[in-house]
Design a protein around this ligand. Structure first.
Ligand SMILES: Cc1cc2nc3c(=O)[nH]c(=O)nc-3n(C[C@H](O)[C@H](O)[C@H](O)COP(=O)(O)OP(=O)(O)OC[C@H]3O[C@@H](n4cnc5c(N)ncnc54)[C@H](O)[C@@H]3O)c2cc1C
Length: 441
């Protein structure tokens, strides 16, 4: 069992902080004595699991909280991995909370502790041969990088970026490479490309996007064209409608072959083709799953004692795989798990303030019509500054703003997000939205 990665507090932090007291209370509870204690186990210590643990502690000073994770480092925000690649954040600065935060909040964090099995009938989990009982269990097992079934795999110097270990490996390989090929022109692909090329200016990069434009989730065609132009000016090559067929080379990478026969030379590949929910524990336990573990508006799974949140859960057919929903879900789930009054989860308007390849991007809610031609009452209003440095698009349905893109500016992002989240009518200001200088009062 690895307990630390060099943080003294973790080395000193006992394995079973409250176990003496806790086991006594547990025995009393088992004997039927009235003891007001709930034992919660959280599996996963990234944003969903850690935010849940914090919300549980904030809501109840007595509840026992154990967090199990197979990672060797306390919670670090994954966007920080890009800063680590760039070199602006060092490994010691990755954790989000100070080292003593867990002990101060009486959260028992079990690092490098993979949960092997859940026994829902006996309400216990299996870790390294030992069973641990729970009253309530939260699955915050997140997701993992998806690698499409490409020809030529496995091969050295083909990477995905999800964890600190991945980032370390990528950094080491990038230092020794000349040309990196990034498969996937989504947020993570673009950011990974920026990360390695900023840290290692000798590297050249080609980004391959399967779809017709970059950032299909966050941008429309017009916005993506503008962004592509900006990124290409930094020296990166971008190929859209590029379907990868094969990773070329014997033991190590020599290039990538596309389905249309084109060959792109390169000696390192980063695959950034999306994620898939980590559902094996849930499936083995017999929980209902689809693309994720299916939850209701209490974040409860098909087992009433087991909750799921973050990238692993599916709510109303949607797996968000983003930070803002994980935060919302954690706050709701904490109250529900403790049986305290609280709001139901009603979904999250996907909104993100991002830096993509060094450029500001705000993408909120619906960014394009789901139908072609758009249904009646659906409008799109665009605004571009004369020098092309700012692109805005507002999506309106039946007089209310339901989505927006702001590229090249962060100004007024908070106001726009509020208008969208509140479903505020925008009929009166609609005519002015096409003015790039328009300011929301
Ligand atoms: C480089 C990068 C940048 C990103 N940037 C953004 C961004 O700017 N904005 C945004 O909204 N999103 C971003 N994301 C996505 C975001 O990080 C995820 O949506 C978020 O991390 C999901 O959190 P989670 O806690 O649900 O799951 P995860 O972060 O996947 O964490 C799940 C944890 O559970 C552990 N676990 C899984 N199974 C077990 C088991 N059996 N036993 C023990 N532990 C287990 C895993 O090891 C992991 O530590 C980014 C992702 C990456 C990789």
């Amino acid at each position: 069992m690895i307990w630390s990665f060099g943080l003294n507090d973790f080395q000193e932090f006992p394995r079973n902080l409250n176990d003496g007291v806790r086991n006594q209370r547990w025995q009393e509870k088992r004997r039927g004595l009235k003891v007001n204690i709930v034992r919660v186990i959280v599996i996963g210590n990234n944003v969903a699991g850690t935010t849940l643990a914090k919300a549980l502690r904030d809501s109840d000073p007595n509840v026992d909280i154990d967090i199990y994770t197979d990672e060797s480092m306390p919670y670090y925000p994954r966007p920080r991995l890009i800063d680590y690649l760039v070199g602006t954040v060092q490994e010691k600065d990755m954790p989000f909370y100070p080292a003593d935060w867990y002990s101060k909040n009486r959260l028992s964090l079990h690092l490098s502790s993979r949960v092997e099995k859940i026994d829902p009938a006996k309400k216990q989990i299996l870790v390294e041969g030992g069973w641990h009982p729970y009253d309530k269990l939260a699955l915050a097992t997140g997701s993992g990088s998806f690698v499409p079934p490409l020809k030529g795999l496995p091969k050295e110097k083909v990477f995905t970026l999800r964890t600190m270990d991945d980032a370390r490996r990528i950094k080491k390989a990038a230092a020794e490479s000349k040309h990196v090929i990034v498969i996937g022109g989504g947020l993570l692909g673009l950011e990974s490309a920026r990360g390695v090329c900023t840290a290692f200016p000798h590297l050249s990069v080609t980004i391959l996007e399967y779809a017709e434009h970059l950032l299909m989730k966050q941008l429309d065609h017009e916005g993506a064209d503008i962004l592509q132009g900006w990124i290409e000016k930094t020296g990166a090559r971008i190929i859209t409608k590029a379907e990868t067929d094969e990773i070329l080379g014997a033991a190590s990478v020599e290039g990538v072959k596309l389905k249309d026969g084109r060959v792109i030379d390169g000696d390192m590949v980063i695959v950034s083709a999306g994620t898939r929910s980590n559902m094996s524990l849930a499936k083995d336990a017999g929980l209902k799953t689809n693309k994720g573990v299916i939850v209701d508006s209490s974040l409860r799974t098909s087992d009433p004692s087991i909750y799921a949140l973050g990238d692993v859960c599916e709510f109303q057919g949607q797996v968000w795989a983003m930070i803002p929903p994980a935060l919302d879900e954690a706050r709701v789930a904490a109250k529900k798990m403790l049986g305290q009054p609280g709001l139901d989860y009603a979904g999250t308007v996907p909104s993100n303030t991002l830096k993509v390849s060094g450029f500001d991007l705000i993408s909120v809610g619906v960014v394009r019509s789901a139908h072609e031609p758009p249904e009646p009452g659906f409008e799109e209003i665009r605004a571009v500054t004369a020098d092309g440095s700012i692109y805005k698009k507002f999506v309106i349905k039946e007089g209310r703003m339901i989505g927006a893109i702001m590229l090249g500016t962060k100004k007024e992002a908070v106001k726009v997000m509020k208008i969208i989240k509140a479903g505020q009518p925008v009929e009166k200001i609609k005519a002015e939205l096409s003015d790039p200088a328009y300011s929301f009062s």
